[in-house]
Design a protein around this ligand. Structure first.
Ligand SMILES: [Zn+2]
Length: 258
């Protein structure tokens, strides 16, 4: 008798959760709007349907931190991370090192303020530009509570190549776990201010939904509830004591000019 009551209760809870997800999906399909992504209760229902898992192994990352300077690396601390923002470089055919060097070169060119924590190249290589505990200049109004990832691409469509996409999935899965977030905490630059970035995933909302799904699937397949015996941060630099020493960068500049 009790078992029957419990089963009915369980079925009711599961079907409520399922109905909610279906409604959310159809709302998003109909309106093409992403407000449904941040509906309150989303996380709770997801946690109820699926226990929280974390990915403890990061993909390999090459740290090539940009020099401290006011245009791309102010050295200000990043107090918290609520979202991870995805970008495209807006420069087709360029690679991770090139884009990292562009951010670094802003120290001299001073054209604009711009940077991101990571750039993922055309072969899927990941270059880290900023330590995790410093802000970047990537998303106006959100630089103090988010991490940004730039992705390279080949043609005007802005679609990420397979290798780039795969590394993005793996890096996002790892970082989300590190900050105790889930795949619904991923955002496009577009979602904060309406900039056409990352182009393909703004113009194709279903591709963005797929990306979120793929990250969730990766966490489901590769994540664990407990920290495994083998864990790896992939070489990611969490903090860099050099950032406060801006004199060194200035001295090198002078040498180069002579
Ligand atoms: Zn962007």
């Amino acid at each position: 008798m009790y078992l029957a009551r419990f089963l009915i209760f369980l079925i009711l809870i599961l079907s409520l959760g399922g109905t909610f997800l279906l409604i959310r999906r159809s709302v998003r399909q109909r309106t093409g709007n992403e407000y449904a992504l941040s509906m309150p209760g989303e996380k709770k229902i997801r946690e109820m349907l699926e226990p929280t898992k974390r990915v403890y192994i990061a993909p390999p990352v090459s740290a090539r931190l940009i020099r401290p300077n006011e245009f791309s690396r102010s050295g200000e601390s990043l107090p918290e991370v609520k979202n991870i923002f995805i970008h495209y470089t807006a420069n087709p055919g360029t690679g991770a090192d090139q884009n990292r060097d562009y951010f670094d070169g802003l120290a001299e060119s001073q054209i604009t303020s711009a940077s991101a924590h990571f750039v993922i190249g055309l072969e899927g290589e990941i270059v880290q530009c900023l330590p995790l505990d410093e802000i970047g200049y990537a998303v106006k109004g959100r630089n103090y509570d988010s991490i940004s990832i730039e992705c390279c691409y080949l043609d005007e469509s802005g679609q990420f190549p397979d290798a780039t996409y795969q590394s993005l999935i793996e890096l996002c899965a790892y970082l989300l776990g590190r900050y105790e977030l889930n795949e619904f905490d991923l955002m496009r630059h577009y979602d904060e201010g309406g900039k056409l970035c990352p182009k393909y995933y703004v113009e194709h909302p279903e591709a963005w939904d797929k990306l979120i799904y793929d990250v969730g699937q990766y966490i489901h397949d590769h994540g664990t509830k407990e920290k495994p015996e083998y864990a790896s941060d992939g070489g990611i630099i969490a903090s860099d004591p050099v950032s406060i020493d801006t004199d060194k960068g200035a001295a090198e500049d002078e040498e180069n000019e002579q």
